[in-house]
Design a protein around this ligand. Structure first.
Ligand code: ADP
Ligand code: MG
Length: 641
């Protein structure tokens, strides 16, 4: 999402002239583009041949020091595919485990040793991380910008998919740093596209950004109100794009043949891509593919192409509809649609988007250049000064684990960032001096349905009765979407903090699946949450009673104590089952049965207070519903049941 805000203190740097210039870079999975804005007018930076698009490919030839990036790397690929890295953006912030989870054949050879779980690629006789490969691509973009402008380029706004998580954003920043670029800001791709169209200058209302690139699909819904944009929802599919069109066409070309080697398969894909791009403006054409000594003729016309790719286009429309539903909106509320990504040039895609939204989409700006142009505008705004700055939204909710494996959301998804939110938590056991803080991301009510981001321990809490400690847990998400979580105990000021460090990435598919799951399981989750909550509450009441009996049994007759113990036993029995009403009733009975005991303890405490004893311990034991409890890290993590 983007918000327009005025950021005080963002005045132009008086030494601006001494410094290099700031550009906008669309670091794409398939293609990358660099642009520069001057006085609010963005312009893409081209090479000597007038080409703006740089294929995101890096070739590492054995014995050559410098990699070959871009269109020349595509040539290398035909002869030496194993020396070329493609689609490295998919690996940003990913661990080895993530790759294994993707399964199937990867277009990469992983280096044998994988210390720290970070992916490393064996290519052209060296071992490289995705960050290093991205840095090589960024270095090429920087060099192109320096040649085109004749100025030093040292800062950039770089765009990332709205779905990029902390790990992937950090990896992108690291790559830029390696390439000698200071990152002014990471901006979400749809946000940049909206800015390039100057939608902020246009009519108020809702806009959709439909981005179909080489390997990914993203859709975002933005709201423009009083000159301010807000992203209401984002969604997409990380494995759906123009490459899938190419595969469908290549399969069609090679239909019924099982004698295809990998070189021929590569050639078929390249031919399919060529055919697809030709048929954007032509009605029909013919090409050929060499299989060994044989030459296969391939003819394709537009109706056949459309038949081949229709299911894929249909899927993007379904995703777009579900994102709109997710934002609780109706299609006819959308005022305008922005097309982004090279694959939106395909006529069937345009027609389908137009039919879905019932209006022609905005497509005046080249769909593969629009993101870089928006990034360039943002770079200018951040350096030369402007009243408008962009903010983004959190793609998934952030929260922490509480007793019983429940999740307490601290920052809801789609909250504009940067944001800081604090919430109070408390201890679950008497005398608990440490608290295990488990930070999770996702929409489900229980921890197992969410993604674990980080764990840390707050220790040094002074011993108090359960529920008495007040621990403020603060979540701060910066403008790049990086999260810092801190916990602070109120009376002593003891504090602990963690920055969520990338150890593994979240696949956008997984993210979409998590959102879908949370909708599908909402009812069932709520039932489960209520059951767990009643169990946690029952356990708390039992613990408090046991502590009270241990301290003040003398205030009860033997018969009274027996009644209380029987009521407590009923609660224990109810806890053995999963009937929430039964648990609640047993707890109510127990509380009724212990009312007299509580009153006597109160009276005794008053008397003691008169003789100098403190009251608060007793008052706390009797206190009303406390903030959610968090377990002691030393205690067993099992739910009380
Ligand atoms: P990404 O954002 O994924 O890096 P792009 O937005 O540049 O990539 O989109 C690349 C995709 O666009 C490729 O699949 C390419 O084949 C497709 N594409 C580019 N030009 C055309 C065209 N004229 N007709 C059809 N598809 C095109
Ligand atoms: Mg793109």
């Amino acid at each position: 999402m983007l918000l327009q805000i005025h950021e005080p203190g963002q005045t132009p740097d008086p030494h601006e002239q001494d410094r290099g210039i700031a550009v906008g870079i669309d670091l794409g999975t398939t293609n990358s583009v660099v642009a520069l804005a001057r006085e609010g007018k963005p312009e893409v930076l081209r090479d000597a041949r007038g080409e703006a698009i740089v294929p995101s490919l890096a070739a590492y030839l054995p014995g050559e020091e410098d990699p070959i990036v871009g269109v020349m790397a595509r040539r290398v690929f035909l002869d030496e595919p194993e020396a070329v890295v493609s689609s490295v953006k998919r690996l940003m912030g990913r661990g080895v485990e993530d790759l294994k989870a993707l399964g199937g054949a990867l277009p990469y050879t992983l280096a044998a040793d994988q210390p720290g779980g970070m992916v490393r690629l064996a290519v052209g006789g060296r071992v490289l991380t995705p960050v290093e490969v991205s840095a090589d691509i960024l270095r090429a973009m920087k060099a192109r910008a320096e040649i085109a402008t004749g100025r030093r380029v040292d800062r950039a706004v770089i765009t990332v998919p709205a779905y990029f998580d902390d790990a992937a954003r950090t990896a992108t920043r690291d790559a830029a740093r390696l390439a000698g670029l200071e990152v002014l800001r990471l901006v979400n791709e749809p946000t940049a596209a909206a800015l390039a169209y100057g939608l902020d200058q246009g009519a108020e209302g809702l806009y959709a950004v439909y981005d179909l690139g080489g390997g990914t699909f993203d859709v975002s819904i933005l709201r423009l109100q009083k000159g301010v944009f807000q992203v209401l929802a984002t969604g997409g599919d990380a494995a759906l794009g123009g490459d899938d069109f190419d595969h469908a066409i290549a399969d069609h070309f090679l239909a019924g043949r099982s004698d295809i080697g990998s070189a021929a398969a590569q050639q078929a894909l390249a031919t399919a891509r060529l055919a697809k791009e030709c048929l954007t403006t032509q009605d029909a054409g013919s090409w050929w593919i060499d299989v060994g000594a044989e030459r296969i003729a391939c003819a394709l016309d537009r109706p056949t192409l459309e038949q081949l790719i229709r299911p894929l286009v249909q899927r993007t429309l379904e995703i777009a509809q579900s994102v709109i539903a997710d934002a609780r909106l109706e299609l006819d509320e959308i005022k305008g649609v922005v097309l982004v990504g090279g694959s939106t040039r395909v006529p069937l895609v345009r027609r389908s988007v137009e039919a879905l939204f019932g209006r022609p989409p905005l497509s005046d700006i080249d769909p593969d250049l629009v993101v870089a142009m928006g990034a360039a505008l943002q770079a200018e705004a951040l350096t030369v000064g402007s009243d408008t700055l962009l903010l983004d939204v959190l793609p998934l909710s952030l929260g922490i684990e509480t007793m019983g494996g429940l999740v307490e959301k601290v920052v809801e998804r789609n909250t504009p960032i940067p944001v800081a939110r604090a919430q109070e938590f408390t201890t679950f056991q008497d005398g608990q001096t440490a608290m295990a803080i488990h930070v999770v991301q996702g929409e489900r009510e229980t921890v197992d349905g969410n993604r674990s981001l980080a764990r840390f321990v707050l220790s040094g809490i002074p011993p108090m009765v359960a529920g008495a400690a007040r621990i403020a847990v603060t979540f701060a998400v910066d403008a790049d979407g990086l999260l810092t979580v801190s916990a602070r105990e109120a009376t002593t000021g003891v504090a602990a903090e963690t920055v969520v460090k990338p150890s593994y990435g979240l696949d956008p598919d997984q993210m979409a699946a998590m959102l879908r799951d949370s909708l599908e399981h909402a009812r069932e989750d709520m039932q489960r949450r209520l059951l767990i909550e009643s169990r946690v509450e029952a356990q708390r009441v039992l613990n408090a009673l046991m502590a009270a009996l241990a301290a003040d049994r003398a205030l009860l007759s033997a018969a009274e104590a027996a009644v209380l113990e029987a009521a407590a036993a009923q609660v224990t029995v109810a806890l053995g089952g999963s009937d929430r009403d039964r648990i609640t009733l047993a707890v109510e009975d127990l509380e009724r049965a212990s009312a007299t005991f509580a009153q006597r303890r109160m009276d005794a405490a008053f008397n003691a207070a008169l003789s100098g004893r403190r009251l608060d311990a007793v008052a706390e034991t009797l206190g009303a519903a406390a903030p959610s409890g968090i377990r002691d890290p030393a205690a067993s993590p099992a739910a009380p049941a």
